[in-house]
Design a protein around this ligand. Structure first.
Ligand SMILES: Nc1ncnc2c1ncn2[C@@H]1O[C@H](COP(=O)(O)OP(=O)(O)OP(=O)(O)O)[C@@H](O)[C@H]1O
Ligand SMILES: [Mg+2]
Length: 329
């Protein structure tokens, strides 16, 4: 059996909350994430999702447990190893307003990680790659010289995604990346994640409050309650045959799908069919009659359509470039 990309065992984080009081925010959590997989981590507010993510990146020190990324023991890593781990794991945050430095231009925000890790061979290559990354996430070249304040929440989140992709991470951790966006924009950004993960073969830990969000995107889903991982399984198992009462409660509490999410899901199925990925399309819902092409082009239905083709020649350069870095790693 292939080794998981990320292996988490008995991860525990106890916060001291007073001289005698403590809080077990993450309690004996274990899971694996395989290369190319999108794993959803779902639970209500305070269940320990962000703390789990922060422990994985060693942004905070876990109380006990093991985290292995690509065979490297993250919790026992030397400074040098930790630098590699942090390059290999990039985060996309919930709040697109506070996660981008307001003083920096978009081109510098996206290029920063490339500079630190000396990824581009020259200034010209860096410029070209940054422009390509922007195109990949659905932004325009004239956005490059603007600062975050002039962008909407959804656009800022796209900038954050381009910044994360710029160093070609082995693992992307997305901590509720759509939670603070308008509902209509949420569907667009979810579409973007779906396109990117398929095109780039990304491995993603996708954190969300609700099961409706991850159903659209994830291969497997892990459910957290009060710091404990109460259930983990394939998407079809979690929705079709939930074992834990808390999972069932989350399914029952899921909001009715909005028209935007429905449209996003329909587009996703259509794209998969066009790409010949019938099995995946079936897994995401019942067969549907193809929507007229014009519907795909509506402003609210942003799609990085160029990223969905399987033909090498029509891939944007950023995809080919990111793949070439991956091969060098
Ligand atoms: N630095 C800290 N000190 C003390 N307690 C903390 C700290 N960070 C988090 N906690 C507590 O740990 C628990 C888990 O927090 P965490 O942020 O991981 O939850 P979450 O599942 O990400 O929630 P949300 O969905 O609201 O983001 C919460 O009860 C929180 O108050
Ligand atoms: Mg959180």
């Amino acid at each position: 059996m292939t080794e998981p990309l990320l292996r988490v065992r008995s991860l525990t984080k106890v916060f001291r909350t007073g001289t005698r009081a403590s809080h077990r925010a993450v309690d004996d959590v274990s899971f694996d994430l395989y290369t190319g997989e999108t794993l959803g981590l779902v639970g209500e507010s305070g269940s320990g999702k962000s703390t789990t993510a922060r422990c994985i990146m060693r942004l905070i020190k876990p109380t006990s447990g093991e985290v292995t990324l690509d065979g490297v023991d993250v919790l026992g890593a030397s400074r040098r190893e930790l630098r590699d781990v942090r390059r290999g794991v990039q985060m996309v945050f919930q709040d697109p307003y506070s996660s981008l430095d307001p003083r920096m231009k978009v081109r510098d925000i996206v290029a920063e990680g490339m500079r630190i890790n000396r990824i581009a061979a020259s200034a010209a290559e860096e410029r070209a790659r940054v422009a390509e990354l922007l195109e990949l996430v659905g932004l325009r070249p004239d956005h490059l010289d603007r600062r975050p304040a002039s962008f909407s929440g959804g656009e800022r989140q796209r900038i954050g995604i381009a910044r994360a992709l710029a160093v070609n991470p082995r693992l992307l951790i997305c901590d509720e990346p759509i939670a603070s966006l308008d509902v209509s924009i949420q569907a667009q950004v979810l579409n973007l994640f779906t396109d990117l993960r398929r095109e780039l073969g990304l491995s993603i830990l996708f954190i969300a409050h609700d099961l409706a969000t991850v159903r659209f995107l994830c291969d497997r889903i892990a459910v957290m309650e009060n710091g404990r991982l109460v259930e983990i399984g394939d998407r079809s198992e979690i929705y079709g045959d939930p074992q834990h009462p808390y999972t069932r409660a989350l399914i029952d509490a899921a909001p009715e799908p909005s028209p935007e999410h429905e449209r996003a899901k329909r587009e996703d199925r259509l794209r998969r069919r066009r790409n010949g990925d019938e099995a995946a399309a079936e897994a995401s819902g019942p067969a549907e009659v193809a929507a007229p092409a014009s519907e795909m082009d509506q402003p609210g239905a942003h799609s990085t359509a160029h990223t969905t083709t399987t033909q090498q020649s029509s891939r944007p350069p950023a995809v080919t470039w990111l793949r070439s870095i991956k091969e060098r790693q």
